[in-house]
Design a protein around this ligand. Structure first.
Ligand SMILES: O=C(CO)[C@@H](O)[C@H](O)COP(=O)(O)O
Ligand SMILES: [Fe+2]
Length: 225
């Protein structure tokens, strides 16, 4: 039977030269990126600040046909749904940890015309997302503490991905944090099919080669599942 899952590589622009956001984004797309993973931080859920919906909207104007995922590392995810929908974001991925009504947030995201991604921090059990799987289009398993790019990949998160893949063979599972040529095989083997990679792609001498390598690893494992 044909596997409905497909591999997508979404570079994170967090550690790029943000004064050149559009050029950097275009460079990544020209290198083979399938989508852009835009890290949004509010200084409350994580101890860092990045970009918000005004910047995302400007970037959207320059890149009308690119899939945008916003990774919302924010304390109050419901607050930014409408502004991000207005910026034509395709997928709104938020953390369940600060959220007291995950179902409501999921519903509002869908009503606003976006796909729903549910993210869990390293310390959050994968069992916490299980009750919301029906409400989600994708689960993001973090392999670093959210807040900063360039951190070390946490190998001990792989059982979460394995567990999800075993139970939900057609679910989109994304991995984010410290993913690059040295760690992709673990992610692919565990069952991740959507790959966020920041530093490893941005700082590569040859980004197209790195993206190709990431894709090949995921596709190899998808085909044998
Ligand atoms: O969400 C985050 C960090 O909070 C990520 O998207 C990272 O920014 C990815 O960067 P690398 O770890 O690959 O450098
Ligand atoms: Fe991210």
């Amino acid at each position: 039977m044909e596997n409905k899952l497909c591999c997508k590589i979404g570079p994170s622009i967090l550690n790029s030269d943000l004064s050149q956001l559009y050029n950097e984004s275009q460079r990544l797309l020209d290198s083979g990126a399938d989508y852009l993973h835009l890290d949004v931080m509010d200084g409350a859920f994580v101890p860092n600040l990045t970009i918000g919906h005004p910047v995302v909207k400007c970037l959207r104007n320059k890149l009308p046909n690119t899939m945008f995922e916003t990774h919302m590392m924010v304390q109050n995810p419901i607050q930014w749904i409408s502004p991000m929908a207005d910026a034509s974001v395709d997928q709104y991925t938020f953390h369940i940890e600060p959220c007291n009504d995950v179902r409501l947030v999921c519903r509002k995201i869908r009503e606003a015309g976006m796909k729903v991604g549910l993210a869990i921090k390293p310390g959050t059990s994968v069992l916490c997302v299980e009750e919301y799987i029906e409400e989600a289009d994708m689960i993001l398993v973090m392999t670093v503490e959210p807040g900063f790019g360039g951190q070390q990949f946490m190998t001990n998160m792989m059982p979460k991905i394995e567990w999800l893949r075993e139970k939900y063979p057609t679910l989109d599972i994304e991995v984010d944090g410290g993913v690059g040529p040295n760690t992709i095989d673990m992610c692919a083997k565990a069952g991740a099919n959507m790959i966020v990679s920041g530093t490893a792609v941005i700082q590569a001498e040859n980004p197209p080669q790195v993206i190709k390598l990431l894709k090949e690893s995921v596709n190899k494992h998808l085909n044998i599942k």
